[in-house]
Design a protein around this ligand. Sequence first.
Ligand SMILES: Cc1cc2nc3c(=O)[nH]c(=O)nc-3n(C[C@H](O)[C@H](O)[C@H](O)COP(=O)(O)OP(=O)(O)OC[C@H]3O[C@@H](n4cnc5c(N)ncnc54)[C@H](O)[C@@H]3O)c2cc1C
Length: 459
Amino acid sequence: MVYIRGNALDYDRWEEEGATGWDYAHCLPYFKKSTHHSLGENEYRGGNGPVGVTRPLMNNPLYHAFIEAGKQAGYPYTDDFNGFQQEGFGPMDSTTWNGMRSSASVAHLHQQSAARTNLLAETGCLVTRVLIEGGRAVGVEYRHDGQLKIARAAKSVILSGGAINSPQILMLSGVGPANHLKYHGINVQVDLPGVGQNLQDHLEVCVQQECTKSISLYKWQQPKNMVKIALRWFYNQGGLCGSSHFEAAGFIRSRAGVSHPDIQYHFVPCQVLDHGRGTITHEAFQVHVGQMRQKSRGYLRLQSNDPTQHPLIDPNYLDTEQDRWEMRQCIKLTREIFNQPAFDEFRGKELRPGLHCNADDELDQFVRQFGDSTYHPSCTCKMGTDSLSVVDPVSLNVHGVSNLKVVDASIMPSIVSGNLNGPVLMMAEKAADVIRGRKMLKPAYNVPVYHPPTLQTQR
Ligand SMILES: Cc1cc2nc3c(=O)[nH]c(=O)nc-3n(C[C@H](O)[C@H](O)[C@H](O)COP(=O)(O)OP(=O)(O)OC[C@H]3O[C@@H](n4cnc5c(N)ncnc54)[C@H](O)[C@@H]3O)c2cc1C
């Protein structure tokens, strides 16, 4: 439910990487079109788009301590990570509305399209391949209720299976690296070596600090009390369950000279173990911290030509020394922030990594053991015109196949410096205008964005 767009420079980089028409000026109007904001419309925030974005209440004092500590460590304050200034510490918006998740499904299917007679959504289906005849996509084959079915397309097929499954389905359909497809006995329709390559994700670790006051969410993480806050939420969607608890955040640069933030903090006023599956042991607070633009590139391949078999995925995290250095830097800079005076009244002992973990090789070991995906796989069918690109940035057609488009996180040329849901919603709105042949929204050329005044000399 975190709503973060990334940095304006990410989209200008997309354009440089070959995604013509995807610079910030062309994307900003679609970020606005996709959302409405609890604080109302401005140059950056949406006014009447389908997805609700809400400014957090930040009732817990630990959120304020975190932002204050960021300022004490020398970083700027920002009142909107998605507005003029991404860099700094401040409140983090969420895709919630009136205490409920404002997902693409809620915002588009349930609220906008439910009454449409020209929309049929079938659930519980597994798409097995796109049907391609004479270089043209004519429909999809899918499994439903144990039967193999076909849906034929009058105009085009739009694949939105996500960064793992869109390339898998393309390869199962004969679109991908020819030798790899032949190896699995798949008839090659188009030799596109980039399908499944260029996999990018955000790696993160949690740095946890014991909290000396009973103000963290610890009490509410006990089963008896979890029931209480859940009932409260069912009553009127209020209380603690009306928040994702990622209400404060930070975006900083790992070193001087880096053009825009390459480290992201998600702060939570509690301990989270094993993605919420572990038993909580302490009153604590923590950050999920990770690098935003790693150099390592992964890939995915078919395990077999059976669509029910998961593809083989190698994210290839930490392949470069720069990536390993940045992850160490994430932990070192967090310690500096947690040690600021704003945390004096709350700071207990460091729970994770723990003070025994100091030397670079110890930090590397910690990152290898506890580093996790932020769940941002992307870029595996990238837009562009180079030999490894898969999708044309202007038409969104798959190279070499007419009437077949891909719209999801897989078509990002490179990962953006933030969470991916907001950018995917933006891309979908823009793609809708492209596909329907509508006039595109006017680019926002003159909307200012922040440039650090001491870029070359200060972090
Ligand atoms: C646990 C978790 C937490 C996250 N938290 C955040 C967050 O707080 N903020 C944020 O911005 N981002 C978050 N993300 C990332 C964000 O959800 C994704 O980046 C985004 O949803 C990607 O959109 P997409 O359309 O590319 O793919 P998806 O949203 O994954 O959509 C792909 C769809 O295709 C379907 N599909 C795939 N293959 C087939 C097939 N063969 N047949 C039929 N259907 C198929 C899938 O079921 C899925 O519904 C989170 C992700 C996860 C997993």
